[in-house]
Design a protein around this ligand. Structure first.
Ligand code: HEM
Length: 180
């Protein structure tokens, strides 16, 4: 059985955003450390903030899906331990995919650097004061958790491919586009 199509679409849109946000985030930090404050750096910041904030909004929808719809059952070939490990990793993804953009948003609120593109600013994170030292701390935690997320994404891709290529148990197809 597959996940509903709207759930699958949400999964792949968020996956594409996250796989773009991580290299763009690393590129931004590399450029600012090299003191490159030009149009490209500003554009990368704008794209990163807009895409990251979009992930946060989409995660709201995703949590609602998780609460209101039941995930399809795993195949009988998977052991209880494997199912617990898979579910645990998925819950960790939910936590990180909410915490990482929240910390980025809180950081740009504290800095403050809410501008995304000329004429368009993000709303401030309610209750976060303007304080540059706090912003730096928030960015540091944001970066560390984003790197942890990157490693988990690699593990997740590896596990999905193992199901597709080695185990051939149709777990991959649950989240893929083609109907069985
Ligand atoms: C799932 C969503 C997000 C992911 C995966 C992500 C990922 C990253 C990564 C990997 C870095 C580089 C960290 C480092 O090397 O220290 C970074 C930096 C940054 N991110 Fe995000 N990010 C996300 C959402 C956001 C959001 C929503 C905002 C703001 C609205 C934001 C603002 C920033 C800023 C300003 C930096 C540069 C921080 C600095 O200069 O130290 N990010 N992000």
């Amino acid at each position: 059985m597959q996940y509903p199509s709207s759930w699958r679409a949400l999964h792949w849109v968020i996956a594409l955003c996250v796989m773009s946000l991580i290299p763009i985030g690393l590129w931004i930090v590399a450029r600012t450390e090299a003191n490159l404050w030009d149009d490209l750096t500003n554009l990368l910041y704008g794209i990163h903030k807009a895409m990251g904030f979009t992930v946060l909004l989409l995660m709201g929808l995703r949590v609602a899906f998780k609460v209101f719809y039941k995930s399809p059952a795993y195949p009988d070939s998977m052991s209880r331990k494997q199912i617990i490990a898979a579910k645990g990793l998925h819950h960790l993804f939910y936590v990180l995919l909410i915490a990482v953009p929240l910390l980025g948003w809180a950081g740009v609120t504290a800095f403050p650097a809410l501008i995304v593109f000329p004429g368009f600013d993000l709303p401030g994170f309610p209750g976060v004061p303007q304080n540059e030292a706090l912003a730096q701390r928030l960015f540091q935690i944001h970066g560390t958790l984003a790197i942890l997320l990157a490693f988990l994404v690699l593990g997740h891709i590896g596990a999905a491919l193992r199901h597709l290529v080695l185990l051939k148990d149709r777990v991959f197809q649950r989240m893929w586009f083609k109907r069985r």
